[in-house]
Design a protein around this ligand. Structure first.
Ligand code: FAD
Length: 333
């Protein structure tokens, strides 16, 4: 049997293609081009035609649509049945699934059903030099090491978390084939009933993964009372706030804004690191940012190795002045 092409299982978020799906398409396109193969996106659900078109704009060569009222909301058995059918029919070499709660559920189920290997939470996917094998890279030992894992069954499956890859630039002039597939489904394929979706709480969701600008602070701030230096600067820049693990561990800020291998992975246009040493576990979560500016009083701090611009100096002098300057500019606009 010849396995070829990379299949990306799409997900919707708030009714449109999820940012993570576009990131997976970007990586799939890169690998498929290296292999001279195609990217096939799998669109499952109801009212999925917009998502299918967007998948093409973000890099898919072809979209396979499985539309059915039963698939309107994710359920393990129905989605697994669809994916199982598509894997038999299209024989993809590799399958990318979002490392979301639903994606993790689907990945685990399909892997168990077909007795095939899956690598969870990949942060990189590359080919070996001879292009014969796929290296599925994921953090291990809580982010202290990266493991290069090979899958010996086909198709190879990986789940991918947000921020590991960058999407391609959306190109709405791009065209691609959209194929509709019928998978016979009945209410017996759905043993659970979706009643309603309830948001976790009333609080504003932190959208670090989508943020264009992030100001992140570390232990250089010294104590919690100084944390306002980070939030003041972020406020003037219209930025989101991030933190290192050590700061989170001290309860200065909540875990949900921890950036790094065991926190959120981000790729903003601008990342300002204030009093952050640049430990590998931290940089694993932000080094793909477009522009990194580090403020640190130690010229040897490892953060300067990933920073595009470095300011060596005392953050207690630099940050308030920077914030004030930006405030002046904002007031003039
Ligand atoms: C299993 C595991 C998982 C981890 N996961 C993560 C993770 O997801 N994210 C994460 O961030 N970390 C993670 N860590 C922790 C990581 O190893 C580092 O300990 C942490 O990132 C360091 O945080 P920091 O940079 O705030 O503190 P420090 O390393 O203490 O750095 C503080 C920096 O501030 C500078 N500084 C001090 N005073 C000033 C001043 N006045 N002006 C300017 N600069 C100043 C110092 O020069 C120093 O470079 C993990 C660790 C382990 C073991």
């Amino acid at each position: 049997m010849e396995y070829r092409d990379i299949l990306v299982v799409l997900e919707k978020e708030d009714g449109v293609i999820s940012p993570l799906s576009t990131e997976m398409l970007g990586r799939a396109k890169y690998l498929a081009s290296e292999l001279n193969q195609n990217v096939i996106a799998l669109s499952i659900g109801e009212n999925i035609s917009e998502m299918s078109k967007e998948a093409i704009y973000f890099g898919a060569d072809k979209v396979v649509e499985v539309g059915n009222k039963i698939l309107e909301n994710y359920t393990t058995l129905a989605y697994t049945k669809v994916l199982d059918f598509i894997l038999d029919k299209y024989l993809p070499l590799a399958v990318f699934i979002a490392a979301t709660p639903n994606g993790r559920d689907l990945g685990g189920r399909i892997s168990a059903r077909r007795k095939i290997g899956l690598v969870a939470d990949c942060i990189d996917i590359v080919l070996t030099d001879d292009k014969k094998e796929i290296k599925w890279i994921r953090p291990t030992f809580d982010g202290q090491l990266y493991a290069d894992i090979r899958i010996s069954t086909k198709p190879e499956i990986g789940t991918i978390g947000e921020g590991a890859f960058r999407p391609l630039k959306r190109d709405d002039t791009k065209s691609g084939e959209i194929v509709k597939e019928e998978v016979s489904l009945s209410s017996e394929d759905v043993l659970t009933v979706f009643l309603e979706q309830i948001k976790s709480d009333g609080e504003k969701e932190v959208s670090l993964t989508d943020a264009k600008i992030i100001v992140a602070g570390g232990m250089g701030l010294g104590e919690k009372e100084n944390w306002h230096l980070v939030t003041d600067l972020a406020h003037e820049l219209g930025a989101e706030v991030g933190a290192t693990k050590d700061v989170v561990d001290l309860d200065w800020v909540p875990y949900k804004i921890q950036i790094g291998a065991t926190g959120v992975r981000v790729s903003p246009k601008l990342y300002i690191a204030v009093g952050i040493s640049g430990a590998i576990q931290h940089t694993a979560g932000m080094k793909t940012s477009d522009l990194i500016i580090a403020i640190n009083n130690n010229p040897e701090a490892p953060i300067f190795k990933v920073a595009h611009y470095g300011v060596v100096g005392d953050l207690f002098e630099i940050v308030p002045r920077l914030t004030e300057k930006i405030r002046e500019i904002n007031n003039k606009i």
